[in-house]
Design a protein around this ligand. Structure first.
Ligand SMILES: Cc1cc2nc3c(=O)[nH]c(=O)nc-3n(C[C@H](O)[C@H](O)[C@H](O)COP(=O)(O)OP(=O)(O)OC[C@H]3O[C@@H](n4cnc5c(N)ncnc54)[C@H](O)[C@@H]3O)c2cc1C
Length: 472
C-alpha cells in the first residue's frame, strides 16, 4: 500500500473537518500504542468521522487511491488489530465521535446505537430504562460497541447471555468501496438468505467499518448475589461450578476463576485492594447468581450452593457479599487482574479455551510445561471458568531480563497452544487474531477454512485496503 500524498491527506481532512483530522506527533501517540505495549504503529493521520456519510466518503477516497485504512474503536484490543503498521502509510479511522444512542425501545428490548458508543455508557442507558445490556469486560469504560462487535467480545456474562455475536440483531456497515449496507434490522427471526451481519462480527475490521448496530436488551435482574470462594484446585472449582449449575441453573450468571498468584499480584501492587478471605488459598472463584424475582431469591440460591459446597468439601472458605457495594468490591478484584500484571514485569499471554471439563487438566499440564521451559516463571491464570476460557498469562521470573523473557513469547505460545489444541480447544477464545496471532491461524484452521476466509476477504475488500496484515 502506498502512503497518501499531502494533497490526498488534505482531501481526507476536508471530509471530517480539519479539527477532526489528527496529525501532530503528540496528539497521534495515544492512537498508536495498545494496552499491552506490544505494537507501536505509525500513521500520517487519524480521521474522526462524525457520521456514516463521512466514513463512506473516506473509504471511497481510500479505495480509489489504494490507501490502507485501520478501523479503531476504544483501542483496548489485545491483539494489535487496531494499530497501524510501522510503515507510516496506513491511516486510522477512529469511531469515537459517532457515539449517539439512536433509539432505545424498552418494549421490543432493543437499542440502536452508533459504533462509537462506549460500552459502559450503553450499560448505563439500559439500566436507566430498567433493562440490562449484559456484555461486560474490564475495559468497558473505554471499549466501544463497534470494537466489541468487530472482536466478538466475550467478557464475564457469556455464561448466561452469550458472546457479543448473540447480542446483535442488526448492523450498519460501510464497505471497502464506500457503499453503505443498512442492515439495522430489529428482528429476532429473519431467515432471508445469508445472514451477512455474522461475517462482520469478529472480522476485526478486515471486511468493513461498522458504523451502527441494533442490540438486544434483557430484563434487569431484580436480585444479584456474589460470592468469593477459596479453593484448593481448579478441579474443586469445576466441582463448585457443577454444584452451582445444578442448584442455580440459568441463574448462574458468572463464574470466574483466579489463581493465588494473579490475586497476589493485585494485593502486592495495589494496596487499596484487600483479600476478602482470612486465609490463603491456591485458587479463588467468583460466582454470581441473578434472579429475575428478588434479592432474596438470589441470596437463597447462593447460600444453598455454598451449604452443599461445604458439605462436599469443595470450598475451603467463602464470603457472600452483604451489599451491592460489597458485590462491586468483589468484582473489582476480578476486573483489576488484567492491568496489574504490568507491575510484575514481562508477561507472556494466552487466551485459550478448552471444553469446560478439561480446564483442570489444561491448567495442570500447561503450568508444568511452562515452569519447565522457564524455571521461576510465574503463571498468573485467571478468566472465565464457566466458559472454559482462561487467560493463561505467565509473568517473568523475579529479577529476570524483561526483553530476554518476552523473546520467548512465540516459543511459549506454541507449546501452550499445542496443549489447548490437543484438548479440542482454541488459541483465541475472545481476543481475536489481529496481528498477534496471524501467523498461528493457518496452523489451527484447515485449508478449506483458510480458503473460504480468503475468498470472503477477496469478495468484500478486493483491493485489500481494510486493515491489511490483520487476521489473514
Ligand atoms: C483490561 C482489559 C480487559 C479486557 N477484557 C476482555 C474480556 O473480558 N473479553 C474480551 O473479549 N475482550 C477483552 N478485552 C479486549 C478488548 O477490550 C475487546 O477486544 C474490545 O471488544 C475491543 O473494543 P475497542 O473499541 O477497544 O476496539 P479496538 O481495540 O479499537 O479495536 C479492536 C479491533 O476491532 C476493529 N474495530 C474497532 N472498531 C471497529 C468498527 N467500528 N468497525 C470495524 N472494525 C472495528 C479494529 O480494527 C481492531 O481490529 C480486554 C481489554 C483490556 C485492556
Amino acid at each position: 500500500m502506498k502512503a497518501p500524498s499531502p494533497a490526498l491527506l488534505q482531501q481526507f481532512a476536508v471530509i471530517v473537518g480539519p479539527q477532526n483530522a489528527v496529525t501532530g506527533a503528540a496528539e497521534l501517540e495515544p492512537y498508536l500504542v495498545e494496552p499491552r505495549g506490544l505494537y507501536h504503529g505509525s500513521t500520517p493521520v487519524v480521521l474522526r468521522p462524525g457520521n456514516t456519510a463521512e466514513v463512506s466518503a473516506i473509504l471511497k477516497l481510500a479505495q480509489a487511491n489504494g490507501i490502507a485504512v485501520v478501523p479503531q474503536g476504544g483501542n483496548t484490543g489485545m491483539v494489535g488489530g487496531q494499530i497501524p503498521d510501522a510503515s507510516g502509510a496506513e491511516i486510522i479511522v477512529n469511531l469515537g465521535r459517532m457515539n449517539r444512542i439512536r433509539k432505545l425501545d424498552a418494549e421490543s428490548n432493543t437499542v440502536t446505537v452508533e459504533a462509537g458508543v462506549i460500552l459502559q455508557t450503553l450499560q448505563e442507558a439500559a439500566d436507566a430504562a430498567d433493562r440490562l445490556f449484559p456484555l461486560s469486560l474490564s475495559a468497558e469504560g473505554s471499549a466501544q460497541i463497534g470494537g466489541n462487535i468487530a472482536t466478538n467480545a466475550g467478557g464475564t456474562a457469556v455464561l448466561a447471555y452469550g458472546n457479543t455475536r448473540d447480542l446483535v440483531l442488526g448492523l450498519e456497515v460501510v464497505l471497502a468501496n464506500g457503499e453503505v449496507w443498512d442492515g439495522l434490522r430489529t428482528l429476532r427471526k429473519d431467515n432471508t438468505g445469508y445472514d451477512l451481519k455474522h461475517l462482520f462480527i469478529g472480522a476485526e475490521g478486515t471486511l468493513g467499518i461498522i458504523t451502527g448496530a441494533v442490540l438486544k436488551l434483557f430484563p434487569k435482574p431484580k436480585g444479584r448475589s456474589v460470592a468469593f470462594a477459596g479453593l484448593a484446585s481448579p478441579h474443586q472449582a469445576l466441582r463448585l461450578f457443577g454444584i452451582a449449575r445444578s442448584i442455580g441453573g440459568p441463574n448462574v450468571t458468572a463464574c470466574e476463576l483466579m489463581s493465588a498468584t494473579s490475586v497476589g499480584f493485585l494485593y502486592r501492587n495495589a494496596p487499596q485492594f484487600r483479600d476478602p478471605l482470612a486465609g490463603k488459598h491456591a485458587w479463588y472463584l467468583l460466582l454470581e447468581i441473578s434472579s429475575s424475582r428478588s434479592e432474596e431469591e438470589a441470596r437463597a440460591l447462593i447460600e444453598e450452593i455454598f451449604v452443599k459446597a461445604f458439605e462436599d468439601g469443595v470450598a475451603e472458605d467463602a464470603v457472600l457479599a452483604e451489599s451491592l457495594q460489597q458485590s462491586k468490591d468483589l468484582w473489582h478484584i476480578r476486573h483489576a487482574l488484567s492491568d496489574i500484571q504490568k507491575a510484575e514485569g514481562g508477561s507472556i499471554k494466552h487466551d485459550i479455551s478448552v471444553p469446560v471439563a478439561s480446564m483442570p487438566a489444561f491448567l495442570e499440564e500447561a503450568t508444568a510445561l511452562v515452569e519447565k521451559m522457564v524455571p521461576g516463571c510465574r503463571p498468573a491464570a485467571f478468566g472465565h471458568m464457566g466458559d472454559g476460557n482462561i487467560h493463561f498469562n505467565i509473568s517473568q521470573p523475579v529479577g529476570a531480563d524483561k526483553q530476554a523473557y518476552l523473546a520467548r513469547w512465540d516459543e511459549m505460545n506454541d507449546a501452550v497452544h499445542a496443549i489447548a489444541s490437543r484438548m479440542g480447544g482454541s488459541i483465541s477464545a475472545e481476543h481475536g487474531i489481529g496481528a498477534l496471532k496471524r501467523h498461528a491461524l493457518p496452523h489451527v484452521k484447515s485449508g478449506v477454512e483458510m480458503g473460504l476466509m480468503r475468498s470472503i476477504k477477496g469478495a468484500f475488500d478486493p483491493a485489500g485496503i481494510l486493515n491489511p496484515g490483520k487476521v489473514l
